[in-house]
Design a protein around this ligand. Sequence first.
Ligand code: FNR
Length: 365
Amino acid sequence: NNNMELVCVKDFERQAFAKLEKNTLDYYKSGAGEQFTLEQNRAAFRRLRLRPRILRNVSQLDISCRILDEQLKWPMGIAPSAMQKMAHPDGEIGNARAAGKAGAIYILSTLSNTSLEDVAAAAPNTCKWFQLYIYKERHLTEQLVRRVERAGFKALVLTVDAPVFGNRRADVRNKFSLPDHLNLANFEGELANVTTMGGSGIYEYVTNQFDPSITWQDISWLKQLTSLPIVLKGVLTAEDAVLAREFGVDGIIVSNHGARQLDSVPASIEALPEVAKAVGNDMLVMFDGGIMEGNDIFKAIALGAKVVFLGRPALYALAHNGQQGVEEMLEILRKDFETTMALMGCPSFEDITPAMVVHEKTFMK
Ligand code: FNR
């Protein structure tokens, strides 16, 4: 029933599943391989229990925060996801504007259906970061970085969990390609097209264009190229978090790319504690993967994240009702998070302690 009131993220997902055509829905929802990690990204949240504190005056909540010199209404952002106009004509601009209205960050993917200049012009008041993939043709990436700087994006988010593209079986079966009226709007000619050569068109594009030889030295290359803050997206181990600190990046996002790259890695929320323990006192640690509830946001913050990002929920809300759908979804989620904060006895982030989130095994004999 399309007129039913939507009251949680899952409701938006249901709407999108009913609405999107197969090529698009499969691309959005799928994980890599046998989708074991995809399942775990949600299941691992459910294995965590909350230990609330009582009688702590929660009449005034403060969930605002400052991240890389930007003031946010709450610790929320929209993760970079490719090709958002497949969800709805509002596409990247709809998502970026909705994020701005919600006082959240918007990260634009390199592989967007709207050019970065158009997104910047249409959402001037949104805190915008740009997600970067490094092309084999380095000058392409250099030009992209210059445009990103000029357009007023506030940080570069380098995705480091995709030296090659994950194996997403549904896209291979569907011979995924972009609908004819859409392209990769940051590029021209061949680089703007995602068409099948027999398998998944996006897999083929990435295999042909992205540089699988990138190493930590390229972080130094990027740092001398730009003075924008650099965030690494896709860190899953303490070892790599320590290296990220050594190479002087400004932040990391603990992420398994929505379980779309290497299957059988830990759920994001399982990887977060070791990363936060290793570097959380010295650098900005952020999180994405499986967030659907206010409780999930709380768990991620308690385990060391300063900001969390949404991937699929933003696409599904966009599919349901464009920019307005995303605004509604974010409003629902923010209120839900406020309820969690209050019921946990935490008027501010300083009141959250690690002891408030424990693994279910604590309660089992
Ligand atoms: C992504 N993600 C992604 N990440 C990235 O760095 N660049 C990209 O272009 C994309 N594209 C993309 C497309 C789609 C359809 C999805 C679902 C995801 C990964 C994304 O930024 C994020 O890490 C996950 O989506 C977070 O998990 P949830 O919130 O989807 O569970």
